[in-house]
Structures are given as structure tokens and as C-alpha cells.
Design a protein around this ligand. Structure first.
Ligand code: GUN
Length: 285
């Protein structure tokens, strides 16, 4: 079984992004700028935001951090988004979710200008993805496709089972796979007979957020497995450990598997940075 090294592939993507930033600036274009908005003090979100800001520094993207208290009102947050929409130095806007419960998350994400929506969450970008007409592709799904391409460049006609139906991961991945002419089955934790379905798959993309859901007997010999899940569970030594949606130790008969951590995770940030540079290039004309 081959390990699909997300850290190594993310370094390759970052190298390209760094070169694209340098080329844009050298040609008289703008230095790409990414605004990261964080409302409240959710510890996991703080970690993600810190990584995104560090990622910007590493490739030459200017970052604009907007940390707002959990008590921020809808109107205040909308005003921050409006200011970032209008700021010519900001080419990408990312509003970390989940937002506090008193905020209408959909309304906030819809307020981000589609051409600055580097998460690809805006309905315009969702619509473009589902019709195969361009737009900004969400970061984790884009990372999954790059990981798949690294081991399986031709997806046409393959049976791919996606486990998970989220707007951020499951649904957009299904759209991208359909564009590549894979035969896509979208399932979720309430799907009946899931193991029988996955056992026929050439590729499994597990994005259900259910630790070690996919067992060895669910997987056909030679299948390629992309594990998007990442859940913190108590370990034997009293320390938490991170586990994916796939029972990794049972995957010896697979052709290739992404590890958790070190698989999809690093690709998500690399794709965010790459999306930001693409948005800056579009803005530069
Ligand atoms: N929270 C967890 N993942 C993401 C992501 O990809 N983008 C944003 N904005 N928030 C997240």
C-alpha cells in the first residue's frame, strides 16, 4: 500500500504559488492579499487561522487579520465584510466558520464578493462548480482532487463513492468528480448497506466526520482511499490523538491511502493560498 503524502504535495503547490506571486509582482501586478476574519475564540478555529496566516507569509501573500469578539453583532460583521469587499489590497476574504450562533452564517458568506470568495462558499461559485463553468473551487475539494491526480490521473469511468454530503466537502467533491467523468455515488452515515456500496468502489472519498467508519472489509483490494475526516479522540496514554474516517491499520490491501494527519489537511491551506493568487490575477486583469 502506498501512502499519499499530503505534506509533500502541499510543498509542491506552495512552491508554485510562491513563483506565481513573484511573477505577478514582477510584472507590475498587485501583491496578493488575503483577509482572514475570525469571530469569537473557538480554539480549533484559532489554530486554523494561525496556520492560514503563517501560510500567507511563507509564499509572499499579504495577510489582513480581523479578529472580532464573540459578542460582535450581525451588522458589525457585515460592515467588516463590506469594507474588505471594497478594499483593493484584499483579493481574498475568508470568514472562518462556524460563526457564533447569534450570527446568520449564510447571510455573511453570501455577502462576500464572489470574486473574493477564496473558500468557494458563495452561491455564485457553488453554481459555477455545479455547471462546470469556472469560479473559485472550495479548498478541501480542490486538495482532494490534486491528491487523487497524484496517484490516479485518469478518473473517467471509475466508480467513486463519496461518504459525506456537506456543502463544504462532500457535495463539491462529487461535482468535481462528475466533471472528470467518474461514476459518482454520494452516500452518508444514514445510507443503507454502506459497506456493500463502498466494496465496489475504485476510489473512496471519506468525509463523514465519523472516526474509523470505513473498515478494511469495506474496501476492494487495489482501491484508492482519500480520508478527509479528522477527529480528536482520547488516546491510551491520556493524550488526544487525531483519527480519520478510515481505519488506517486495516487498509493494507488498498492501493494508496492518505494518512491522518498529513494527508488532506496540508492540501487545504495550500489550495487556499493558490486560490488567493488566482483571485489576485483575475483582479489584475
Ligand atoms: N472551518 C473549517 N474549515 C473551513 C474552511 O475551509 N473555511 C472556512 N472559512 N472555515 C472553515
Amino acid at each position: 500500500m502506498e501512502l499519499i503524502d499530503g505534506k509533500a504535495l502541499a510543498r509542491v503547490v506552495d512552491e508554485q504559488t510562491r513563483a506565481d506571486v513573484a511573477a505577478l509582482v514582477a510584472s507590475g501586478g498587485p501583491r496578493p492579499g488575503l483577509a482572514v476574519v475570525l469571530v469569537g475564540d473557538d480554539p480549533a478555529s484559532q489554530v486554523y487561522v494561525r496556520r492560514k496566516i503563517k501560510g500567507c507569509e511563507a509564499v509572499g501573500i499579504t495577510s489582513f487579520e480581523r479578529r472580532l469578539p464573540a459578542s460582535t453583532t450581525q451588522a458589525e460583521l457585515m460592515a467588516v465584510i463590506a469594507a474588505l469587499n471594497a478594499d483593493p489590497q484584499v483579493h481574498g476574504i475568508l470568514c472562518q466558520v462556524p460563526l457564533p450562533p447569534h450570527i446568520d452564517q449564510g447571510a455573511v458568506l453570501d455577502a462576500i464578493r464572489p470574486d473574493k470568495d477564496v473558500d468557494g462558499f458563495h452561491p455564485v461559485n457553488v453554481g459555477r462548480l455545479s455547471t462546470g463553468t469556472g469560479g473559485i473551487v472550495p479548498c478541501t475539494p480542490l486538495g482532494v482532487m490534486l491528491l487523487l491526480d497524484s496517484v490516479l490521473p485518469e478518473l473517467k469511468g471509475l466508480d467513486v463513492v463519496v461518504i459525506g454530503k456537506s456543502n463544504i466537502v462532500g457535495k463539491p467533491i462529487a461535482m468535481l468528480l462528475l466533471e472528470r467523468e467518474a461514476t459518482v455515488t454520494v452516500t452518508h452515515i444514514h445510507t443503507k448497506g454502506l459497506a456493500e456500496i463502498t466494496r465496489k468502489a475504485d476510489v473512496i472519498v471519506a468525509a463523514a466526520g465519523a472516526p474509523e467508519l470505513v473498515r478494511g472489509y469495506w474496501v476492494k483490494p487495489g482501491a484508492v482511499i482519500i480520508d478527509v475526516g479528522i477527529t480528536r479522540v482520547p488516546g491510551a496514554n491520556g493524550k488526544d490523538r487525531l483519527v480519520g474516517d478510515v481505519a488506517f491499520a486495516e487498509m493494507g490491501h488498498a492501493r494508496a491511502v492518505t494518512p491522518v494527519p498529513g494527508g488532506v489537511g496540508p492540501m487545504t491551506i495550500a489550495c487556499l493560498l493558490s486560490n488567493t493568487v488566482k483571485a489576485a490575477c483575475v483582479a489584475a486583469g
